[in-house]
Ligand binder design. Structure first.
Ligand SMILES: [Zn+2]
Length: 293
């Protein structure tokens, strides 16, 4: 597989269909996180050729929400990083606000008011940030009337994180949505909308999930969230140092990677700099990923 991009790639809408859902890749800018942290115990000589770092040892990560439409519901799956960041965070995390969620939505002809539902795999700040905006110094929901479905354990965690987890969450984000009555807590295996299922796995975070799209006559789709942040992370031991429970991560990643290869699941990747959609296969030694769309 080709090495990941070092610099942001211009946004172009890419689309696949899974069962009842038309799935369009959106964009909410870019992030650069420490390569060592993104690769955990994987040695640098192994990960550097796959995801080349910049001169501060950070690798480029996309922030790629997905738009799901079935003619009845207009859903944004994963919400990006948002724009409420100071100079310190912008610099430290290499946040680039090119092609924001609202801009990429506009490019595919969807106004924020048309969005009916939001779904997030977990509540880390780079996954729900754009659900909240600041207007005249006040935090408000970006998509008025759209409920955010979130794993229950994440919703509870984000409001009162312990010291280990605090750096990954912004309680005021979720509190803004809670105050507006716009949070739906879901459990493992729950059907969130017709043909859309939340599988609460844990490992990466307490409620880290994959979101499954029912394929009906074809293969299902799976949104990997941070269970497999990029297509380069698709071997079971390639676990990020951020994960709160590496043993559980190994177990759930092994299970879902095997299922993905067995069933030919259509993968949706959030942080991969280049690949939005890809299918995972097992070649007898390791997992491989073939881009689609
Ligand atoms: Zn995360």
């Amino acid at each position: 597989m080709a090495a990941a991009s070092i610099d942001p790639v211009p946004y172009a809408p890419r689309e696949i269909t899974v069962g009842r859902w038309r799935v369009t890749a959106l964009q909410d800018g870019w992030l650069r996180l420490d390569g060592g942290a993104m690769w955990g115990v994987v040695p640098a000589p192994m990960w550097r050729p796959m995801t080349p770092p910049d001169d501060r040892n950070r690798i480029l990560l996309a922030l790629r929400p997905f738009l799901l439409r079935d003619g009845e519901h207009t859903v944004i799956l994963e919400l990006g990083v948002g724009d409420r960041w100071g100079q310190k965070e912008l610099d430290r995390y290499g946040i680039e606000r090119t092609d924001t969620l609202e801009e990429s939505l506009a490019q595919v002809g969807v106004a924020p008011g048309e969005v009916t539902h939001l779904v997030a795999s977990h509540a880390h700040w780079d996954h729900i940030g754009s659900a909240i905006s600041e207007r005249d110094g006040v935090l408000v929901p970006t998509f008025p009337g759209a409920t955010l479905a979130l794993p229950r354990v994440e919703a509870d965690m984000v409001l009162d994180p312990d010291p280990i987890r605090r750096g990954s969450y912004r309680p005021e984000d979720l509190r803004t949505l809670e105050d507006a009555g716009l949070v739906r807590r879901f459990e493992d295996g729950e059907e969130l909308l017709p043909g859309l299922f939340g599988h609460v796995l844990g490992g990466h975070s307490d409620g880290s999930s994959v979101i499954r799209l029912a394929g009906e006559d074809g293969p299902d789709g799976v949104f990997w969230g941070d269970v497999c942040p990029t297509t380069h992370h698709i071997q079971p031991p390639f676990i990020m140092a951020y994960d709160v429970n590496a043993g559980l991560s190994y177990e759930v990643r092994s299970r879902w990677l095997a299922r993905s290869a067995d069933e030919g699941l259509l993968g949706l990747f959030y942080h991969d700099a280049d690949i939005a959609f890809g299918t995972i296969a097992w070649d007898g030694r390791r997992y491989t990923c073939t881009p689609i769309a």
